[in-house]
Design a binder for this molecule. Structure first.
Ligand code: PLP
Length: 373
């Protein structure tokens, strides 16, 4: 995490990768340059970040984008009209939106399928299936999808497997090792870790796919600026420390919530009774700091009271930062999914989602306790 992809600056020895705030690069003669011609195509700060991401995801190459959604946009542009994508049905609201409201208009078909039992995926494969899209753990229901099992189905179908690894981070899960073809990140979340940047990435383990995606990145141009790349590079240097603490605090809060009289369901993949706990234990190196819960009576008003009363947990969209956040998927991150769809997927309107930060855990528990009174 600390050394991946970065080297002291060759001109000055600066230990931190400089922010190369430049659009162009001077050539000695036409075509005689140092590997950099124009910053949409390449920028040295972006190169360092891309190399770091490739290393920590056990890939060969990474490509960075202006946001997680821009990375999603680039990945889907590998497809053509008539192609089909099988998508895990519990997923980030913005991903659902770009699939159904943007790419569906271009003749690409998306089938949203529950994937807790990976064998189900096989039933939806057709000769037109070109991509399988998995989020695990899922947002916000914390379902787990067996990446290795879905990878086998994708391989047999000659379809690309994309895994959105935003929730786990490469510290807890490396999907390329389990057979995925492309890993996607909203680096906005755990990778940067400080809620100060929006950035996305795709990581691959094979040169041809990298070339196709690099062509899309350069042609469509949704690249991040060098300052944002620098911020994510700096965030990655403490990813391992932060994730250890997110996991430790997450476990304590999940267990505490379960003992509370008013709490009904606690969704966290570290519980042994979680339906796919065994798969989580197999494919992840820890269970993370994302927890969702409902209260008895499933009353929206009770949920809104907690959301209003916490002091350390800030009411905000996003996740993965050092500070704890609390959110209400039905009105916030998942409002772009129609109410009937949400209900069908078991996303109740009283569900609260926590992104447990790295504060003192006793302070966090005390905050939740007083908010629930
Ligand atoms: C936030 C998020 C995205 C989108 O990333 P942005 O950086 O906000 O564009 C995609 N997937 C997941 C799981 C996310 O949490």
């Amino acid at each position: 995490m600390i050394h991946a992809g970065v080297q002291p600056d060759p001109t000055t020895g600066a230990i931190m990768t400089p922010i190369y705030q430049t659009s162009t690069y001077v050539q000695a003669a036409p075509g005689d340059h140092k590997g950099y011609e124009y910053s949409r195509t390449h920028n040295p700060t972006r190169t360092a970040l891309q190399d770091a991401l490739a290393a920590i995801e056990n890939g060969t190459n990474a490509l960075c984008f202006g946001s997680g959604m821009a990375a999603t946009d680039a990945a889907v542009k590998l497809l053509l009209p008539g192609d089909e994508v099988i998508v895990s049905d519990d997923l980030y609201g913005g991903t659902y939106r770009i699939f159904t409201k943007i790419f569906a208009n271009y003749g690409i078909e998306f089938k949203f399928v529950p994937m807790q039992d990976a064998a189900t995926v096989q039933n939806h494969v057709t000769s037109r299936t070109k991509m399988i899209w998995v989020e695990t753990p899922t947002n916000p229901l914390l379902n787990i999808v067996d990446i290795a099992a879905v990878a086998k189905i994708a391989k047999a179908a000659n379809a690309l497997l994309v895994v959105d690894n935003t929730f786990a981070s490469p510290y807890l899960q490396t999907p390329l090792d389990l057979g995925a073809d492309i890993v996607l990140h909203s680096a906005t979340k755990y990778l940067s870790g400080h809620s100060d940047v929006v950035l996305g990435a795709l990581i691959v383990k094979e040169g041809q796919l990298h070339e196709r995606l690099a062509f899309i990145q350069n042609s469509c141009g949704a690249v991040p600026g060098p300052q944002d790349c620098f911020l994510v590079l700096r965030g990655i240097k403490t990813l391992h420390l932060r994730m250890e603490r997110h996991c430790e605090n997450g476990a304590k809060i999940a267990h505490w919530l379960k003992t509370q009289a008013k709490v009904d369901k606690v969704l966290w993949c570290g519980f042994e009774e979680h339906p796919n706990h065994a798969i989580a234990a197999k494919q992840m190196r820890g269970f993370g700091g994302m927890i969702s819960f409902t209260q008895k009576g499933d009353n929206v008003a009770d949920a809104l009271k907690i959301l209003k009363n916490t002091k350390l947990f800030s009411l905000a969209e996003s996740l993965g930062g050092v500070e704890s956040l609390i959110g209400h998927p039905a009105t916030m991150t998942h409002a772009s999914i129609p109410a009937e769809e949400r209900a069908a997927r078991g996303l109740s309107d009283s569900l609260i989602r926590l992104s447990v930060g790295v504060e003192d855990v006793d302070d966090l528990i005390e905050d939740l306790r007083q908010a629930m009174l």
